[in-house]
Structures are given as C-alpha cells and as structure tokens.
Write a protein that binds this ligand. Structure first.
Ligand code: PLP
Ligand code: ZN
Length: 432
C-alpha cells in the first residue's frame, strides 16, 4: 500500500511538475495535520505517509514583524488587507474587492432572542453573494502562481459561482461540478459567468469523489481539492475582520454554519493567529457548529461525545451545507473542544423561520445556511450556553436571492385592480 502510494505519487510528479513556486517570507511550507511531516508549497493536499490533510504552516515571527494594527487599518478595504496572513502573493489576486463586509450590531434580532450584545457578520454581500469569494480569492491567486490554466471545483452551490466569476475575470478555463438537483439560483449564479457546467446525477459527496479522481489525472486547479490547503486559508479573513471591526477584540461566541467544517476551523485558527502575533492580547472565544437536522453529522458526533463523525446521507433544504461526509468534521469537533463551544442543529421547519426572522428584524435576506445559523443560535440561547450580555457573532455566509425556493411559500400579496375602492376591499379582506 505504502509503496504503491509512493509510486503513484512519483508518477504524478512526473506528469505534473514543474510548478512555478515563489518563496514567501510568511510561509514555511505545508505540514500534515496528523503526523506533522513537512511538504513543499505545491498543489498537493494529502500526506503520502498517513493520508492526513495538509495545511499551510507559517513563520509567525516574520509575520509579527511585518504586521501592525496601523498597517492593517491603512490597507485596502478588502480581505487583502490581511495579505501577511495568507499563503499567496497579493499581486496574483484576481481582485474582485472581496471582503470587509459589514459587521452589524443586531439590536432588533438580539431583542427577539434575548441577547444584548449580538452582531451579524453579513458576508452575503460579497461579489458573488457568499463567503466563498474569500476562499476562491486565495485559491485562484495560487492557481495563477502555479501556472494552471484551468480552474475547477466540486460545489454545494455557492462555490461554483465564486469559481466561475474568478475564472472569468482571470481568463482561465473553468469547470464547475455540482449535484444536478441544486437550486436554480445557484446554477444560474454560476452559469452567467460562462464556465463549463457539469451537473452530476448524485449528491455532493459523490460529486467530490468524481472530482478527486479528475484532480489526480488532469492538470486542473480544483480549488477545494488539490488547492484545498490554500483555499481554506481564505476563510481566516472572516476572523480577522470581525476582530478588527469590534475594535481589536475577539468575540465571546462565534456561530458558524458547517458543511465540510473548513470555515469553522479556519475562523478558530485566525483568532489564535492574531493573538500569536500580538495583534490582540487574548482569545476566549467559544466556537459553535450550526447544521441542519437533515445533514448534521458533526452535531450528532458532538451530542454523542464522540470525535468520530459518521457519514450521513443528506436530506435538507440547506443545500449549501449538505455534505454528508465532512472532510474537516473531526477538526471542527477539536475546535469546539479547545474553545469550550458546542453544536446545535436547526429543525428543517425552523430554517425558513430563521431566514424570515433575520430579514424582519435586521433587513438582511440570507439563504438557507443563514436560516440554519439563526435557528441554531436560538437553540443555544435556550440551552443557556450563550448568556444575554456576552458578545456573540452570528456568521451569515450566503444571500437569500439564491435560495428563493426555501421561502416562496411566504409570499402572499394583496391582489387588487388599479382602483381605489378595489384596494380598500382587498386590504380589508386580507386583514380578516
Ligand atoms: C460552503 C458554505 C459554508 C460552509 O463551508 P465549509 O465547507 O464548512 O467551509 C457555509 N455557508 C455557506 C453559505 C456556504 O456556501
Ligand atoms: Zn501525515
């Protein structure tokens, strides 16, 4: 097995190398999250020795020297203000002005939930209307550095839009693979940029398996497969921004929607990094997993006090979170343990209610993943895990216009002819 793997690996090297690789002062290389073995900066993602996932390792002393609150504050009003903490040279960025999205003090929603210090990080207003622009910003820049001419992904919906837009702007060939039964808004939201759309008759986990095989045999940059170590780092900017927007302070609680679990683990990593380099003094943040009951493998493991995530077959309206076998499920549970956080699932019927509640209280229209976050937050408050005065941040990661199906049934206008009397009658009838 081991020998076969080495042979396969060297064959692949023979086919694929060389890569253009530029030395960065802030990056040491890749390291296996399981056994710690080190690897060069290349489009690779698994450890040859133990199959563990590879992660970017940084030189924090060098970053600490190069960064300061002032320097960050004076930077661009995008995620690239944190370039020192990202594993790519910002000059390769396909810059769509991603990031630096609003952090809103949610007084109205807080009142409904019994929280006096609630914030909503509204990441639904990125260029392609989800936080996936952050991860694709890093992955596409890295793909250009490595001299790939093709950008690709396996998507639960939002990723394909971000990949298609970045691919279009960079002039790369673009392939996006997705479960054929996705929402129309997600498919159109990618199609418009002109990628090759590949609708797969299967669920996300099956799409991902197909793409992993393709990544082994084509010189394509699959942002969330062979580029995954770099891609994942883009999510850290969602931690940095919140800390900066709170006046250089880490929150008490972060509620994060979980699909593969990458976003949650990277928000946690980002918070710790800011402390590591001295930008903040302490991090006492608790991390929380939010999933939909119809696909909640991480919440189930948490409830059983286990670190073993048992794969499930997704059956949820929160399609952007429908990963039955989450690659970073284990590491998400570790982040919950290390931070003292917890996990909560939203019932399927609570998801649309969560969307509606956020819209009616704060004027923010989120997609199903956001509905999951609001419903899960409500549960955590009910359980007494989050107390009224604690500084709580709910991460809203995608836009409601892409999942209109989920709330269509709530549309109920007053019908009238264009006539004064008719309107009065129709309104009265409606109120009855
Ligand atoms: C992809 C996605 C997530 C979570 O992604 P991870 O795979 O857990 O990193 C959360 N919200 C939305 C809207 C998404 O599209
Ligand atoms: Zn290893």
């Amino acid at each position: 097995m081991y020998i076969a793997l080495r042979i396969q690996h060297s064959l692949r090297e023979a086919v694929f190398k060389p890569w253009r690789v530029l030395q960065l002062a802030n990056v040491k290389g890749l390291a296996c999250r399981e056994c710690g073995r080190e690897y060069p900066v290349e489009p690779i993602y698994v450890c040859d020795f133990c199959f563990g996932p590879l992660e970017v390792a940084y030189d924090y002393q060098s970053i600490a020297k190069a960064t300061s609150r002032k320097k960050i504050s004076d930077g661009p009003r995008t995620m690239w203000r944190y370039a020192e903490f990202l594993p790519v040279d910002a000059k390769f960025a396909v810059d769509m002005q991603t990031g630096f999205t609003p952090l809103i003090k949610a007084k109205n929603l807080g009142r409904k939930l019994g929280l006096n210090n609630l914030y909503v990080k509204n990441d639904s207003v990125n260029p392609t209307f989800s936080f996936k622009d952050r991860v694709v910003s890093v992955a596409s820049a890295k793909a250009i550095e490595f001299e790939f001419d093709t950008l690709a992904c396996a998507s639960t919906g939002n990723l394909m839009g971000a990949v298609a837009a970045h691919g279009a702007k960079a002039g790369l060939n673009t392939y996006v693979f997705f479960p054929a039964n996705l929402e129309k808004g997600k498919i159109l939201g990618a199609a418009i940029y002109g990628p090759t759309l590949v609708a797969v008759d299967g669920n996300y986990d099956e799409v991902n398996r197909l793409c992993s095989e393709l990544a082994d045999n084509h010189r394509w940059a699959f942002v969330n497969i062979n580029m995954r170590p770099y891609y994942a780092e883009g999510s850290k900017s969602l931690a940095y921004e919140v800390v900066e927007q709170l006046g250089w302070k880490a929150p008490d609680h972060c509620i994060v929607p979980v699909a593969s679990g990458s976003l949650l683990t990277k928000i946690w990593k980002g918070l710790k990094e800011f402390k590591e380099v001295g930008l903040i003094d302490h991090v006492d943040t608790k991390m929380y997993v939010a999933q939909a009951e119809g696909c909640s493998p991480v919440v189930q493991a948490y409830d059983q006090g286990s670190f073993h995530v048992k794969p499930v077959k997704p059956n949820t309206i929160a399609k952007s979170l429908a990963i039955g076998n989450p690659a970073d499920g284990f590491y998400s549970l570790k982040a919950l343990e290390a931070s003292g956080g917890a996990a909560a699932a939203a019932r399927e019927d609570e998801i649309a209610e969560g969307i509606k509640l956020l819209a009616e209280t704060e004027g923010i229209f989120t997609e199903t993943a956001g509905g999951v976050v609001i419903a899960s937050l409500r549960r955590l408050v009910e359980q007494g895990k989050i107390r009224p005065d604690e500084l709580t941040v709910a991460y809203i990661t995608g836009n409601g216009l892409k999942t209109q199906e989920a709330v269509e049934h709530l549309v109920d206008p007053v019908y009238t002819t264009p006539n004064y009397e008719s309107f009065q009658t129709a309104l009265a009838a409606k109120k009855k």
